[in-house]
Design a binder for this molecule. Structure first.
Ligand code: NAD
Ligand code: UFG
Length: 340
């Protein structure tokens, strides 16, 4: 298939390009580089052995999207483009609603106009809100989100469900990611957050690198086995493979389907620290800090549907995730802003 990746220079998309190309697909990227750099696509080119064609444009820019769809014929689109920082979305809600919703609406209008009606969307476990029970299944009621970022995912899911319901030619796959971490085994691509990371694994790798002094563990009094928060961490290459399965599925089904992409295993913050220290032989100094606003005790997937319907299952272990995250960080202390 010829596949357009919006937000294609970002963390998850760059890893997905590698898996799509390994599976024989052709990719084109559109990205405005608001949270990424063209250098990331150069690194992908080194892995796959060919250049990644890309357009620098905002997905909400209908003239630019019209040009991209006029110059190419796409069989499917994977829509990664969006702003994703939970805390920032609380302080800049309009920017988040404007960017994430406008990009999706413009994309879908352009796709419909050009008869490209297969869409895979990057949703998030955040749409489940504060869970009553875990593991989380796709058919559980989503009670609402705790921040504007989460609401954009929730609203976009509803918009896409409506589009697929109104026109049976559409095939929409909503992928609810759990917690992607790690990097491609080569260490050439990985997560490259701006400034001080908000998420656990990039924070840990920066402590390991000596850029940050110590990790704050946000709460050790949750109702979890060791009191720290439990999440479903998934290797980004496993997540990438899930997109290949989702594209194959979209190619031969219509309607709208939702899939959790997680391992189904919950690990605590202490599990992550201990495993990272053990596999990389680097101590991670930490302190116990108060709970972080909006955090839930435990969040992990029931991944049965993706296994049964998509034939996809995560394969990599927590050890792999910790080793590959550190491999990327240690080879790229300044992210993509070096000469490699
Ligand atoms: P990322 O920030 O690395 O990638 C997003 C990309 O989209 C960036 O390259 C950015 O420049 C681009 N972008 C943003 N708005 C754009 C616009 N209007 N036009 C063109 N390009 C635009 O993030 P990621 O971690 O790779 O996440 C990819 C998608 O997955 C996002 O939609 C995110 O919300 C979703 N997601 C991520 C996580 C996670 O933990 N990383 C979890 C659940 C869902
Ligand atoms: N944590 C710490 N210290 C830190 C950072 C995180 O103890 O410095 C803890 C958190 O309290 C939580 C766990 O580590 O228990 C994971 O936190 P992350 O910030 O890495 O991830 P979240 O589960 O909070 O959220 C992530 C993404 C969201 C997405 C969600 C579900 O940031 O966008 O996963 O996919 F919605």
């Amino acid at each position: 298939m010829r596949i357009l990746l919006t937000g294609g220079a970002g963390y998850i998309a760059t890893h997905t390009i590698v898996e799509l190309c390994n599976a024989g697909h052709d990719v084109t990227v559109v990205d405005n580089f608001c949270n990424s750099q063209p250098a990331a696509l150069k690194r992908v080119a080194r892995i796959i052995g060919r250049e990644v064609p890309y357009y620098e444009a905002d997905v909400a820019d209908s003239a630019a999207m019209e040009r991209i769809f006029s110059e190419n014929t796409f069989d499917a689109v994977i829509h990664f483009a969006g702003l994703k920082a939970v805390g920032e979305s609380v302080h800049q809600p309009l920017r988040y609603y404007r960017n994430n919703l406008d990009a999706t609406l413009t994309l879908c209008e352009t796709m419909a106009k050009h008869g490209c009606k297969r869409l895979v969307f990057s949703s998030s476990a955040t749409v489940y809100g504060v869970p009553d029970e875990v593991p989380l299944r796709e058919d559980m009621f989503c009670k609402g989100c705790t921040n504007p970022y989460g609401w954009t995912k929730y609203m976009i899911e509803k918009i896409l469900m409506g589009i697929a319901e109104a026109d049976p030619d559409w095939s929409v796959v909503l992928l609810r990611y759990f917690n992607p971490i790690g990097a491609h085994e080569s260490g050439l691509i990985g997560e490259n957050p701006n400034g001080i990371p908000n998420n656990l694994m990039p924070y840990i790798t920066q402590v390991a690198a000596g850029h940050l002094e110590k990790l704050s563990v946000f709460g050790n009094d949750y109702e979890t086995p060791d009191g720290t928060g439990v999440r479903d961490y998934i290797h980004v290459m496993d997540l990438a493979a899930g997109h290949v399965a989702a594209c194959d599925y979209a190619g031969c089904h219509s309607g709208c389907e939702i899939f959790n992409l997680g391992t189904g295993i919950g690990y605590s913050v202490m599990d992550i620290i201990n495993t990272f220290e053990r596999v990389n032989h680097i101590p991670i100094p930490y302190v116990i800090a108060p709970r972080r606003d909006g955090d839930v005790a435990a969040c992990y997937a029931d991944p049965t549907k993706a296994k049964e319907v998509l034939g996809w299952q995560a394969k990599r272990s927590l050890e792999d995730m910790c080793r590959d995250a550190w491999h990327w960080q240690s080879l790229n202390p300044d992210g993509y802003s070096d000469k490699q």
